[in-house]
Ligand binder design. Structure first.
Ligand SMILES: Nc1ncnc2c1ncn2[C@@H]1O[C@H](COP(=O)(O)OP(=O)(O)OP(=O)(O)O)[C@@H](O)[C@H]1O
Ligand SMILES: [Mg+2]
Length: 373
C-alpha cells in the first residue's frame, strides 16, 4: 500500500517531510511486535499514530487496550495493569484481570508512560522483556502475548537524569522512537489539517462555509500553536459554530487562540527543552503579559457593561489597540524583535527562528515598528 493510501486509511493528515517519514516508520514497524515509543508535545497526534500502529498490525482483529498511566491513582496502578487476587487489598473483593491480561493477543497503549511510579516501572520492564507478570496478591507468574505502544509528552531522558524514570526501561522502550514534531515546526501540515477539520465539521453539522480571509490564513500559518493539532481543531470548530459558516477573519481566529486569552497552563513546558534559559524566561514573561492584557480587557468589558454610557470614556484608555497595556506590550515585542535581530546580526531567517515566528511575520513586524534600514 502506498503512503497516501495508508494515511487515508488511518486518518493521518499531513504532507510535511516530517510526517512522511513518520508514516513510513509506522508502515514499516506496524506489522512487527517491536515496542514503539511515541514522543511529542501535547496534541501533536501521538494517539493517532498509536492507533495506526495497532490497526495496521496483525493484531488489529482485537481491540487496542488503552491505559492512561497518568490518570490512575498510584496505589491502584499495579492492580489495574496486572490484575489482583481477591483479598489482596481492602477493595479487592474478587479476582480481577489487569489490562495486560485483557490485551492478550492484542496491543496495549500505555499513554503518559512518563507518569508511571518507579516501583511499577520494574514490573513493566519485566513484562516488556518476557511477557511475564504477577497479579497483585499472587505469587504465580502469568504470561501475556502483548505488543506494547507507549507515549509521553515528557522528555524521558531528562526524567532519567532526574531519577524519575528507570534507565533500563527507557532503553527498552525506545528501541523504536517515533518523535512527532510540534505543529509549528511542520507548518506545511496546517493547510491540509485545516481543510480536513473544516470539511469534517461542516459536513457533520450541515454548515455552509464561506471560507477564510487571507489574513486569517496568514495568522493560522504563523501562530505558534502551543496546543498543536488539538488546538487547531478546537479553534476551527469553535469559529465555525460561533460564526455559523460566515467568512472567518484574522480577528475571529485571534479570539480563539490560547496565547491571546486565558491562562495557558502547560503541565510540562516542552517549549523550554530546546532553548536557553534566558530565551525561555523571556518567552514566559512575554506570554504572561499577553495573558494579563487579555484578563484586563475582559475585566474592562465586564465593568463597561455595568456603567452608564456617559462615564464609559474614563475606561476608554484601556483599549485593545492603543491603550497603556497595548503600548507596553508592543514596546516589549519591539524590544524582542530588535534583540533577536541584533543577536543574529540582522539575519532575518535566524531571528525569526529564535522568535518562533515566520519570516513573513517578522518582516511585517519590522515594518510595523519602523525598524527598516
Ligand atoms: N496528523 C493528524 N491527522 C489528523 N488528525 C490529527 C493529526 N494529529 C492530531 N490529530 C487530531 O488532533 C487531536 C489531538 O491528537 P492526539 O489525541 O492524537 O494527540 P496527543 O499527542 O495524544 O495529545 P496528548 O499528549 O494531549 O494526549 C485529535 O483530535 C486528533 O484526531
Ligand atoms: Mg494522547
Amino acid at each position: 500500500m502506498d503512503r497516501d493510501l495508508f494515511q487515508q486509511e488511518h486518518g493521518i493528515i499531513g504532507k510535511s517531510l516530517e510526517m512522511q517519514e513518520i508514516v513510513d516508520v509506522v508502515r514499516q514497524v506496524a506489522p512487527t511486535d517491536i515496542t514503539v515509543l511515541i514522543t511529542g508535545e501535547s496534541g501533536v497526534g501521538k494517539e493517532v499514530i498509536a492507533r495506526a500502529l495497532h490497526a495496521a498490525s496483525k493484531r488489529s482483529k482485537k481491540q487496542l487496550v488503552t491505559v492512561n498511566c497518568g490518570a490512575i491513582p498510584e496505589g491502584l496502578i499495579e492492580s489495574e495493569l496486572f490484575g489482583h487476587e481477591k483479598g489482596s487489598f481492602t477493595s479487592a473483593v474478587d479476582n480481577r484481570k489487569g489490562y495486560f491480561e485483557i490485551a492478550d493477543g492484542s496491543s496495549i497503549f500505555l499513554d503518559e508512560i512518563g507518569e508511571t511510579p518507579l516501583a511499577t516501572q520494574v514490573k513493566l520492564l519485566r513484562v516488556l522483556e518476557s511477557g511475564e507478570f504477577m497479579r497483585v496478591g499472587s505469587s504465580s507468574t502469568r504470561k501475556s502475548d502483548v505488543r506494547v505502544i507507549a507515549a509521553t509528552n515528557k522528555d524521558l531522558q531528562y526524567e532519567v537524569q532526574q531519577k524519575h524514570f528507570r534507565p533500563d526501561l527507557y532503553f527498552r522502550l525506545r528501541s523504536v522512537n517515533i518523535v512527532i514534531p510540534p505543529l509549528r515546526n511542520r507548518r506545511e501540515d496546517i493547510p491540509p489539517l485545516v481543510e480536513h477539520f473544516v470539511k469534517d465539521f461542516t459536513t457533520r453539522n450541515r454548515i455552509q462555509f464561506e471560507g477564510f480571509t487571507d489574513d486569517a490564513t496568514e495568522l493560522m500559518m504563523s501562530y505558534r500553536w502551543p496546543g498543536n493539532v488539538r488546538e487547531l481543531k478546537n479553534v476551527i470548530e469553535s469559529m465555525l459554530v460561533l460564526k455559523n459558516g460566515r467568512r472567518l477573519t484574522a480577528d475571529d481566529v485571534r479570539e480563539n487562540l490560547k496565547e491571546y486569552q486565558g491562562p495557558v497552563v502547560d503541565r510540562n513546558l516542552p517549549v523550554i527543552a530546546n532553548k536557553t534559559v534566558e530565551q525561555a524566561e523571556r518567552e514566559l514573561i512575554y506570554r504572561a503579559l499577553v495573558e494579563l492584557k487579555g484578563s484586563i480587557l475582559e475585566l474592562r468589558d465586564v465593568v463597561m457593561q455595568g456603567i452608564p454610557a456617559q462615564h464609559q470614556a474614563k475606561f476608554a484608555s484601556v483599549d485593545r489597540s492603543n491603550g497603556n497595556g497595548a503600548s507596553t506590550l508592543q514596546e516589549m515585542e519591539r524590544k524582542m524583535v530588535i534583540g533577536a535581530l541584533n543577536r543574529h546580526k540582522g539575519n532575518r531567517r535566524l531571528a525569526a527562528k529564535e522568535l518562533e515566528i515566520s519570516e513573513r511575520t517578522l518582516y511585517r513586524k519590522i515594518k510595523e515598528f519602523g525598524l527598516q534600514e
